[in-house]
Design a protein around this ligand. Sequence first.
Ligand code: HEC
Ligand code: HEC
Ligand code: HEC
Ligand code: HEC
Length: 212
Amino acid sequence: MLKNLVIGILFLAVSLFFHLPSTEAGEASYIGTDGCKECHKIETEEWQSSKHAKAFKRLLPPEGKKQKKKKKRLVRTLNKKLKKDEQLDHTKDYSKDKKCLPCHTVGYGKSGGFESVEKTPGLMGVGCEMCHGPGSEYAKLHKAKELTFTRAEAKAAGAVYGSEDEKVCKKCHVNPDSPMRAEVDEKYKFDYKEFLSLDKTYHKRYPLKGKH
Ligand code: HEC
Ligand code: HEC
Ligand code: HEC
Ligand code: HEC
């Protein structure tokens, strides 16, 4: 009796584990900027020269005297406020550090996401999908329906909208895991409206042709 019950529960648990996820939007994986650029040339070009695109460089040790001096000053200021186990070292290479990668790469630790500079060079920096959501499914939707897909369909396929939901930005900009938070230095205070309007930090915003 009891044995059958246990087997029954186990079977249920196993089948839930294997079946539930496939019906959820969480299935979408990261495809990188290369998966968007053929259709979104202007945004891609603008993004390439933006701060977000260059965010990975921040994890590398400084090059040359001038950079070194600047980083030393930055780190010295931050360390005054950072907790003991958060202290930074201005000469250290953080480009393999698990603590830093989630906010300075695309999809670190997630399906299709950043693994290392050698394996996934196209996923360095804060790419398109960190603001728009993992693209494997909605990119297919954009291709299939071009001007006629709806936002609801895109969301079901994993798209997110930073202009509708400040959480999209705040998971990096207002997060206790980040050494660059407002409690450590005022200059990192995140003003959603103001920051969203600074489109030169990602790409300019262009009117769409479709109604979506
Ligand atoms: C095969 C072409 C194609 C690919 C690949 C593609 N898109 Fe699109 N995308 C489109 C088209 C077409 C539209 C509709 C444009 C319009 O209405 O003016 C669109 C619209 C959008 C929009 C605005 C629509 C909305 O939902 O508000 C965003 C944001 C976007 N794409 C992001 C991306 C990102 C990020 C990627 C890569 C992960 C991507 N797209 C891949 C063709 C594509
Ligand atoms: C939770 C997200 C998050 C994590 C984790 C994170 N960062 Fe950042 N980092 C940010 C954001 C957001 C900014 C930009 C802040 C701004 O300018 O307002 C930033 C900026 C920086 C800068 C530039 C700061 C300046 O004032 O010029 C450096 C350097 C940096 N990060 C290094 C690191 C290192 C090293 C780690 C790991 C120990 C790390 N980050 C972990 C989100 C994060
Ligand atoms: C820092 C966040 C951020 C990054 C990074 C980013 N975008 Fe956007 N993008 C937005 C926001 C915000 C909008 C307005 C719609 C929304 O809320 O998602 C937008 C709108 C768009 C649109 C709609 C048309 C337009 O230009 O306004 C397209 C297409 C698009 N992005 C493509 C891309 C592609 C391709 C990349 C990477 C090369 C990218 N975006 C990187 C924040 C970002
Ligand atoms: C995956 C993490 C991540 C997300 C999501 C993200 N950002 Fe950022 N953002 C960063 C990092 C890291 C930097 C620092 C880049 C650098 O200095 O090299 C940054 C820099 C910026 C800057 C420049 C700040 C300065 O001091 O010059 C602005 C503005 C900004 N982000 C706005 C936004 C907005 C608006 C959104 C949401 C639509 C957003 N970000 C989403 C990580 C993120």
